[in-house]
Design a protein around this ligand. Structure first.
Ligand code: NAD
Length: 422
């Protein structure tokens, strides 16, 4: 069934009505969405198998970002986040670029890198060549470790060897580059690196230590771009203020870190919602942002011939549809169904688009009314709850605080006392 992600007034519906809408729009039987309403939806036996010493679970809200068009298709985006305004930001940015076609995405491929560290080589440069001479055997050793992956068209892609200058002298670092298809691939490539290490020691006479993937997944780059027309984004002054925000982030690491944190608000929320490894994606993104030697923006913003604002993003995106928690967590499975992604590459591309949308919304808010105004609605409710408000008190007092422009716990306490007739 075709999806239309433009669901007007979605935020005004009750939770139950929203779940039914998502089921209807994504063509998923509502039964599989019952799991969302149950906020304790991770069975304890599953949780106990996922990590060590499990004592419980900690639910995080999942919101649906509407309005996204990715590569010509409407997509509903499940986002898991504890932070208010993150979902609304994506909805707004996506709505404002629907007229110009939404997001166009692409990807380099699903290649992961594993590293093998070799030390105690008196002749590191000749050791490097000796390893490279064994390319065919390296391919065989890697591929033998994962016949399932080979059947799926993945496996060994290349080998690279570098000599690095460490505090302890030269080290020979081998990179095996593996196509992990629909898996994130950490376990896959780690197994291969461990199998290969003794051979590297034998071929070179050195000693191997670390054998593990690199989270700088720079051969697994997802890309997205989108155009916001002047009339949709609010005119020239808004556009120019946003460009100033971008130049600031591009130049100054203090600003770039916060700029990229905003991007990761979107990215990590989808990574988490699909049971993927947020830390793997986050570490890779930040390292990639510093690849020139200076930490900078993950996005680029320009003005095209028509005066429209054009944004693009390139970010490592090691996410999977199999492996890790993706297949085990029932909610991750339903979220993947909502997204309708058929491959890890599809998922990665959509996530990059969400990162770009988030960045647009944050820059627009910062460059115009400031970030706090948009934050205040939900933030005020949290403040009233912190002040001891319950049930309908929360909405009533939150509205008073927002209207007065003083969203503070002490004011919330006073208003609660007034409401309760104390
Ligand atoms: P995995 O080992 O659970 O599953 C991957 C395996 O599934 C493949 O090796 C393959 O044999 C099989 N498979 C079946 N269908 C497949 C398909 N369509 N495409 C590809 N493979 C398919 O998982 P993984 O992806 O290797 O590892 C991910 C997990 O490793 C995550 O939970 C992550 O948190 C964790 N991890 C991360 C790091 C790190 O980022 N530094 C380190 C160690 C572990």
């Amino acid at each position: 069934m075709s999806v239309n992600s433009r669901i007007s007034g979605f935020h005004k519906l009750s939770v139950e009505e929203r779940v039914l809408k998502v089921a209807e729009h994504a063509g998923i039987p509502s039964a599989s969405l019952d799991t969302f309403i149950d906020s304790g939806n991770l069975p304890m036996d599953v949780a106990d198998r996922m990590i060590e010493n499990a004592i419980g679970t900690m639910p995080i809200p999942i919101g649906i970002a509407t309005n996204m068009i990715v590569d010509g298709k409407d997509v509903l985006i499940p986002m898991a986040s504890e932070e208010s305004s993150v979902v609304a930001a994506v909805c707004n940015a996506a709505r404002q670029c629907r007229a110009s076609g939404g997001f166009t995405t692409s990807m380099t491929g699903s290649l992961m890198i594993a590293q093998i560290q070799l030390v105690d080589c008196p002749d590191p440069f000749s050791a490097r060549i000796k390893i490279l001479e064994q390319r065919d055997q390296i391919k065989e050793i890697c591929n033998e470790a994962d016949p399932v992956l080979i059947k799926l068209g993945g496996g060994f892609s290349d080998v690279e060897v570098r000599v690095i200058d460490s505090k302890d002298g030269p080290m020979v670092i081998t990179h095996i580059i593996i196509d992990t298809r629909d898996a994130m691939g950490a376990n896959t490539v780690n197994t291969m690196a461990e199998k290969l290490a003794p051979f590297i020691a034998q071929w070179t006479g050195g000693r191997t230590y670390l054998r593990i993937l690199s989270n700088l997944a720079d051969q697994r780059i997802a890309r997205a771009r989108a155009t916001w027309r002047l009339e949709d984004l609010g005119g020239e002054s808004v556009r120019d203020a946003m460009m100033q925000a971008y130049y600031f982030a591009e130049t100054d690491p203090y600003r770039a870190t916060t700029h990229n944190k905003g991007i990761m608000n979107g990215i990590s929320a989808v990574v988490l919602a699909t049971g993927n490894d947020t830390r793997a994606v986050e570490s890779g993104a930040h390292a990639y942002a510093a690849r020139s030697g200076r930490y900078t923006s993950l996005t680029t913003w320009e003005v095209d011939k028509e005066g429209s604002l054009v944004g693009s993003i390139e970010v490592p995106m090691p996410v999977g549809l199999v492996g890790g928690a993706t297949k085990i967590h029932p909610v991750a499975q339903t979220n993947l169904e909502i997204l309708g992604t058929k491959s890890a590459t599809d998922l990665a591309r959509t996530i990059a688009a969400v990162g770009l949308a988030q960045n647009f919304a944050a820059m627009r808010a910062l460059a115009t009314e400031g970030i706090q105004k948009g934050h205040m609605g939900l933030h005020a409710k949290n403040i009233v709850a912190m002040a001891g408000g319950i049930k309908e008190e929360i909405d009533i007092v939150a509205e008073i605080l927002v209207k007065a422009g003083t969203v503070r716990v002490d004011v919330a306490e006073k208003e609660l006392a007034k409401l309760r007739g104390q």
